[in-house]
Design a protein around this ligand. Structure first.
Ligand code: DUT
Length: 156
C-alpha cells in the first residue's frame, strides 16, 4: 500500500485547543472521528429540535494535498440511536479550501438532541480525487446497459 497522505491541521483561534484532533479509533477504520468544537462563549453546545439543522464548527482548518479530497460522513451510531445525520453527506472538503471545516447536521429523530462540545459528530474519510477533462461530444460509446437505469434491472 502506498504511504498515507499527510494532512496538516490548524486550530482556529477561538476554538478549544485541548480537544483531540481527528483520529482513527481502530487500526482498520476508514473514517477518523471529528469533534464538535464550539468557540469561546458557546461551549454549552447546541439543542437541535426534531427536523432542525445546524452548521457545527470543528475549529479546524485542513491542509490537503492536491489530488486528494476529504469527505465528511455521518456516524452510524448517532444515526441509529438519535436520527442524527448530515444534510449533505458526504460533505466534500476540497484540497484548496483553507477555511474551517463545518459539519451540516440535521436531527431526523423525534426527540430534541443536545449536541455537546467535544462530541464526535462525524467522520473524515480521505480519498484520492482527480479532476476529469470534460469535453463536449456528439457520439458516446456503446454499452450493454445503454440507457437503462433507475431500476431497469428489476427489484430484488
Ligand atoms: O460538509 C462540508 C462541506 C463543505 N465544506 C467546505 C469545504 C469545501 O471545500 C467548501 C465548499 O463546499 P462545496 O463545494 O460542497 O459547497 P458549494 O455550495 O459548492 O460552495 P462553493 O461555491 O464555495 O464551492 O465548504 C465544509 O466545511 N463542510
Amino acid at each position: 500500500m502506498s504511504e498515507a497522505p499527510r494532512i496538516g491541521i490548524k486550530r482556529i483561534e477561538d476554538s478549544d485547543h485541548t480537544l483531540a484532533l481527528p483520529s482513527y479509533e481502530t487500526t482498520g477504520a476508514a473514517g477518523a472521528d471529528l469533534r464538535a468544537n464550539f468557540p469561546d462563549g458557546a461551549r454549552e453546545g447546541l439543542l437541535l429540535s426534531p427536523g432542525q439543522r445546524a452548521l457545527v464548527p470543528t475549529g479546524l482548518i485542513l491542509d490537503i494535498l492536491p489530488g486528494w479530497e476529504v469527505q465528511v460522513r455521518p456516524r452510524s451510531g448517532l444515526a441509529l440511536r438519535h436520527g442524527l445525520t448530515l444534510v449533505n453527506t458526504p460533505g466534500t472538503i476540497d484540497s484548496d479550501y483553507r477555511g474551517p471545516v463545518g459539519v451540516i447536521v440535521i436531527n431526523l429523530g423525534d426527540e430534541p438532541y443536545h449536541l455537546r462540545h467535544g462530541e464526535r459528530i462525524a467522520q473524515l474519510v480521505v480519498a484520492p480525487a482527480s479532476q476529469a477533462r470534460f469535453f463536449e461530444t456528439v457520439e458516446v460509446s456503446e454499452t450493454v446497459r445503454g440507457n437503462g437505469g433507475f431500476g431497469s434491472t428489476g427489484a430484488g
